[in-house]
Design a protein around this ligand. Structure first.
Ligand code: PEP
Ligand code: MG
Length: 593
C-alpha cells in the first residue's frame, strides 16, 4: 500500500528506485555490483568468510577453560547456530545471484531483514539475540575484509543514477541488477556519506539531520535527490521496497501506485530538461542586467571535486572544507606531506583560479571518526564545544602541520587561507602568530612557500558584531551562514526536531549578514557567502541587493544561481533589500518577489 514520509528537502530532483537499508554502523561497507561471470566467485567468498568464522568460534569453544562460565559456552553455541541459519545463508546467496550485490552488501542487506524480525519478536530473550546476530555479521565482515573482491574497483565505477533513463514501465518489470537503488538509513556520518560519493545510489533518505547538517551538505554535493530528517523512514521502509525520493518537496513515497509512478516519471524528465537548459549557461559570464559582475565560486570537500567545479564554470574555490582529509581515519591524521599533496592537487585542478583552503573544522557533527564522535556525545553541546579553530589552537603541532602544508602549496597558485569559527581577539592573535611561526619553520628548513591572502569566517554572532576588529587583521571575510543561523537562533543545525525554527530569513540573521557585507564593501575588503544560503536560488536576489558579489556553493548549484543573476537588476534590488531588512516578515517579501 502506498504511503508517504515527510522530511526535509536537501538535494533537488526525483529518484525512483528500490530501497537499500543501511545501518549507520555499516554505512562504510563496500557497495558494488559484481559481474555475472563473477557471481560464483562472490558466493564462494561469502562462504569462505562464514566458514572461517565458524572455525574460529569452534576453536575458541574447544579451548575454553573447564571453569569458564556456562553462559560463555552457551553464547558461542548461539553464534554457531546463527552462522548456520538458513535464512542468513540463503538470503546472502539471493542478493548476490539476483541483484549482483557484492558479498558484504548482500550480508548486511540480509542482516537488516533478519534484525527486523528479531525486533518484532514478543519474547524478550529472542529479541535480544539480535545483538548476537550483529556480532556474527561483524565477524564475517571482518573476515571478508582480508579477502577483498578483485572486481571491486571496476564495479565501483558504476555511477549514481546510471539507470535513471529507464522508463517507469521497465522499472516495474525489470527485477534485475539494472534497477536503480536508493539508500535509506537512520543516520550517516559526513565521512561515510563521502564514501557514497563514488557509489551507485540514485537517491538518499535519512531519519535524522537538518537541512544544513554536514551529512546533508555532502549529500547535496553528490547532486542526487536527498531527503533528511524523515524521522522513522528507516523503520517504515523495508528492504527492497519501491521508493520515490522527491528531493524538491522533501517527501518519500513508498510503494507508489502506477499513476503516482507515472506522475513522478514525468517530473523526473522535466527536471532533466531543465538541467539541460541550465547547462547552456556554463560559459556565460555571471553579470547582472545592469552590468554588475558576480563571482560564482565552488565549495569542495576533496581535491578531486575541482573537476566538477571547473566543469560547472566556477571562477575559483571559495571553500575547501579541509577537515574531510582528516575524517574517518581512526584518528591517524594526515601528515604534512600528504596534506601538501592534497592541497597542491586541488590548486592544480583549478588551473590558476583562486583556491580558498579553510583550516580544519573538526567537531560537532563532523567528528574525526566514529569513536571520537561517541566521545563527543559525552559533551552536552558539541556545537558549542571544542570545534574548528578552537580544536586547532588546542593542538599546536597539528595546526602548525596543516599551516605549513597550506603555505607550501601556496607556492603553486593563488591561495586564500580561511579560518573558521573565530570570535575572540585573542584567538585571532594566536592564529596569526601560529601562521608566522609556520612560516618561520619553513624559512629555517629552507622550504619554499607562497604568499596567502588571509580570511576569517563570520559564523558566530560575536564576530559579526565586531567586524572592525576582524577587518583590522584579515584581507577578506567569508560568511558561514549555516553556523551563523545556528548560533544566532540557538537552533542545532543537525537536529530535525527544531528544523522548522532554523530560519535563514530571520530579521536578526539578515541584519548580521547585511552589516558584514556593507562593512567589507565600505572598506574595500573582499566578502563572500559560503554557507548553503549562497546556493539557494530563493536568496540570490536578496544577497545581490545587499551588495554581495561573491557567492560560494556546491558546483551543482552554480548554474541555477547564475540564471538568477542574469535576470537581476542589482541597482533596483538594493532598494528592495532595504525594505526586506526593515520588515517584520522578510520571508513573505522574499517569497512574493
Ligand atoms: C557555514 O557554517 O556556513 C560553513 C560554510 O561552514 P560549515 O558548513 O562547514 O560549518
Ligand atoms: Mg561553519
Amino acid at each position: 500500500m502506498t504511503f508517504s514520509v515527510h522530511g526535509l528537502a536537501v538535494s533537488r530532483g526525483i529518484a525512483i528506485g528500490r530501497a537499500v537499508l543501511v545501518a549507520s554502523s555499516r554505512a562504510d561497507v563496500a557497495h558494488y555490483f559484481v559481474e555475472a561471470s563473477k557471481i560464483e566467485e562472490e558466493i564462494t567468498r561469502a562462504r569462505v568468510a562464514r566458514n572461517a568464522v565458524f572455525e574460529e568460534i569452534t576453536r575458541v569453544q574447544q579451548d575454553l577453560p573447564k571453569d569458564a562460565p556456562h553462559e560463555l559456552a552457551a553464547l558461542l553455541d548461539v553464534h554457531l547456530m546463527l552462522l548456520q541459519d538458513e535464512q542468513l545463508i540463503l538470503g546472502v546467496k539471493h542478493w548476490i545471484v539476483e541483484r549482483h550485490y557484492n558479498a558484504e552488501w548482500a550480508l548486511t542487506t540480509q542482516y537488516e531483514i533478519i534484525a527486523r524480525q528479531f525486533d518484532d519478536m514478543e519474547d524478550e530473550y529472542l529479541r535480544e539475540r539480535k545483538a548476537d546476530l550483529e556480532q556474527v555479521v561483524e565477524r564475517i565482515l571482518r573476515s571478508m575484509k582480508g579477502a577483498a573482491s578483485p572486481v571491486q574497483s571496476a564495479a565501483q565505477a558504476v555511477k549514481p543514477g546510471t539507470h535513471r533513463k529507464q522508463s517507469q514501465q521497465d522499472l516495474l518489470l525489470d527485477d534485475t541488477m539494472d534497477v536503480p537503488l536508493v539508500l535509506v538509513a537512520h543516520d550517516i556520518s559526513p565521512a561515510d556519506m563521502l564514501q557514497f560519493k563514488k557509489s551507485l545510489f540514485a537517491g538518499f533518505a535519512t531519519d535524522v539531520g537538518g537541512r544544513t547538517s554536514h551529512t546533508a551538505i555532502v549529500a547535496r554535493s553528490m547532486d542526487i535527490p536527498a531527503v533528511v530528517g524523515a524521522r522513522s523512514a528507516s523503520q517504515l521502509i523495508k528492504q527492497d521496497d519501491w521508493v520515490i525520493i522527491d528531493g524538491d518537496a522533501g517527501v518519500l513515497i513508498v510503494d507508489p501506485s502506477p499513476i503516482i509512478l507515472a506522475e513522478y516519471g514525468f517530473k523526473q524528465r522535466q527536471g532533466e530538461l531543465n538541467r539541460e537548459r541550465l547547462n547552456r549557461l556554463k560559459h556565460t559570464p555571471a553579470v547582472t542586467i545592469d552590468g554588475q559582475r558576480v563571482d560564482l565560486l565552488a565549495n569542495i570537500e576533496m581535491p578531486d571535486d575541482t573537476v566538477g567545479a571547473v566543469k560547472a564554470g566556477a571562477v575559483g574555490v571559495g571553500l575547501f572544507r579541509s577537515e574531510f582529509l582528516f575524517m574517518g581515519r581512526s584518528g591517524k591524521l594526515p601528515d604534512e606531506e600528504e596534506q601538501y599533496q592534497a592541497y597542491r592537487k586541488a590548486i592544480d585542478g583549478m588551473h590558476g583560479l583562486p583556491m580558498t583552503i579553510r583550516t580544519v573544522d573538526i567537531g560537532s557533527d563532523k567528528p574525526l571518526d566514529k569513536l571520537a564522535g561517541k566521545a563527543q556525545d559525552g559533551h552536552l553541546n558539541p556545537a558549542l564545544g571544542l570545534r574548528a579553530i578552537r580544536w586547532s589552537l588546542a593542538d599546536p603541532p597539528m595546526f602548525l602541520t596543516q599551516l605549513r602544508a597550506i603555505l607550501r602549496a601556496a607556492a603553486h597558485g593563488q591561495v586564500n587561507l580561511l579560518v573558521p569559527m573565530l570570535a575572540h581577539a585573542s584567538e585571532i592573535r594566536q592564529t596569526l602568530s601560529m601562521i608566522d611561526h609556520a612560516r618561520a619553520m619553513l624559512d629555517n628548513s629552507g622550504t619554499p612557500y607562497g604568499a596567502v591572502r588571509l580570511g576569517a569566517m563570520i559564523e558566530i554572532p560575536a564576530a559579526a558584531l565586531t567586524l572592525k576588529l576582524f577587518l583590522k587583521y584579515f584581507d577578506f571575510l567569508s560568511i558561514g551562514t549555516n553556523d551563523l543561523i545556528q548560533y544566532t537562533l540557538a537552533i542545532d543545525r543537525a537536529d530535525e526536531s527544531v528544523a522548522h525554527l532554523y530560519d535563514p530569513c530571520h530579521p536578526a540573521v539578515l541584519r548580521l549578514i547585511a552589516d558584514t557585507i556593507a562593512e567589507c564593501n565600505a572598506q574595500g575588503k573582499g566578502v563572500s557567502v559560503c554557507g548553503e544560503m549562497a546556493g539557494d536560488v530563493g536568496m540570490t536576489r536578496l544577497l545581490l541587493g545587499l551588495g554581495l558579489r561573491s557567492f560560494s556553493m556546491h558546483p551543482s548549484q552554480i548554474l541555477a544561481v547564475k540564471q538568477q543573476i542574469l535576470r537581476a537588476d542589482a541597482g533596483k534590488l538594493k532598494k528592495w533589500a532595504d525594505e526586506v531588512l526593515a520588515s517584520e516578515d522578510p520571508a513573505a517579501l522574499i517569497q512574493a518577489s
